[in-house]
Design a binder for this molecule. Structure first.
Ligand SMILES: *Cc1c(COP(=O)(O)O)cnc(C)c1O
Length: 374
């Protein structure tokens, strides 16, 4: 069986976990957590990086930092994972779903402005498959209406956006706030895990407080204050050192991991680009490709269903995902259904192919051959 995903281990994970255990500090915000956070800040230019126990957690921190309250509206793409919306719903937000482009699952930047009302407080963008949304356009809209811009960069580690003036910025480092995932299905993993990035000075102090159960404990440990106490809302968002130690082993090998994933991605692209019955990912000029995912788009639901079956008969597991959130049972309990045809198109027609570090060339050739024969 060729699985859809196989978590990759660099070999150092358990060594670093042993080190963390032996150090006598296995709770959060220790040496490994700080090493990881510094790596992200130095490598990608985030003003502040805070590890969390998941991307969902990081998004919940975004909702608290953006001060989302009952009745506030938040614009979110419909074609995304539940957490992109749920984190804000928990604060009482009303979610206004936006559609994708016809040929790209990312939020259609030209359709955002007409969704804005007096109640709109934030825009959440999702860089699907690690490919950037049109950030320059979306930043302009956020500035014009004074909205908080949040990047769900769960899939977007080590990917960039280039502005018209040539400036290049890492995804997750462009909006006011960003959220990453290190779930085992992502490029860089720690089983479960995530990270909040803060790019606006206004939110930096408060982000640490919310991270540490509403206390100013981080400032206390840095010696900035002489006692710490309860000063704000928050939760226990920080991971233990065991998780951070695992993540550090991955980060030491990030270049190798990314290089290898890109090689696999390119092999799929070359092998499938002349197939007239499917469409392949579109990478706009302003975006880079971090090879998070290789997907194809079939012409209709029936052919996708048949193709999944054919691949399965050949022991290959390909999977589809994202049932449009605007049609989900939970959302429709409180909202009317709206038509978002492009989101529905990807729900019906997009198929993700196996992509993981140890996928062999022979296995990949087989996947390509079966799709092309089909
Ligand atoms: C994986 C993913 C998440 C959730 O990440 P967790 O770390 O599992 O909470 C959120 N949004 C998107 C777009 C994702 O792909």
């Amino acid at each position: 069986m060729i699985p859809f995903n196989k978590p990759y281990l660099t070999g150092k994970e358990t060594k670093y976990i042993e080190e963390a255990v032996a150090s006598g500090k296995i709770s959060g915000n220790g040496i490994f957590t700080q090493k990881c956070q510094k790596f992200f800040e130095d490598t990608y230019g985030f003003k502040k990086a805070l590890l969390t126990t998941s991307c969902t957690d990081a998004l919940e921190m975004c909702a608290l930092l953006a001060d989302i309250n009952a009745g506030d509206e938040v614009i979110v793409p419909s074609y995304t994972f539940v957490s992109s919306a749920l984190a804000f719903v928990r604060q009482g937000a009303r979610i206004i779903f936006a559609d994708s482009y016809p040929d790209n699952p990312n939020i259609d930047a030209d359709k955002i402005e007409k969704l804005i009302t007096e109640k709109t407080k934030a825009i959440v963008v999702v860089h699907y498959a690690g490919i950037a949304c049109d950030m320059e356009k979306i930043l302009e809209i956020a500035e014009k209406y004074n909205l908080i811009l949040i990047e769900d960069a769960a899939q977007a580690i080590d990917s960039y956006y280039t502005f018209k003036d040539g400036t290049k910025k890492a995804l997750g480092g462009i909006g006011h706030l960003g959220a990453f995932s290190f779930h085992e299905t992502k490029n860089i993993i720690s089983g479960e895990g995530g990270m909040l990035t803060v790019n606006d000075d206004r939110f930096i102090n408060r982000s640490e407080i919310i991270w540490e159960k509403g206390t100013n404990r981080s400032m206390f440990f840095r010696g900035e204050i002489n006692k710490y106490g309860w000063v704000d809302t928050g939760s226990s968002f920080l991971p233990s050192e065991v998780i951070s130690a695992f993540l550090w082993a991955q980060l030491e090998n990030i270049d190798d991991i990314q290089h290898n994933r890109l090689k696999i991605w390119n092999r799929y692209y070359e092998g499938l680009k002349n197939n007239p019955k499917i469409s392949l990912p579109v990478i706009p000029d302003f975006a880079t490709n971090n090879a998070h995912m290789f997907y194809i788009v079939c012409n209709e639901l029936e052919s996708r269903t048949e193709l999944i079956k054919r691949l399965k008969e050949n022991n290959i597991l390909a999977v589809f995902h994202y049932l449009s959130l605007h049609k989900s049972e939970y959302y429709l309990q409180k909202h009317d259904e709206r038509a978002l045809p492009n989101s529905d198109h990807f729900e019906d027609c997009l198929l993700r192919l196996p992509l993981f570090y140890e996928l062999s060339e022979a296995e990949q050739e087989k996947v390509i051959r079966i799709i092309n024969e089909f």
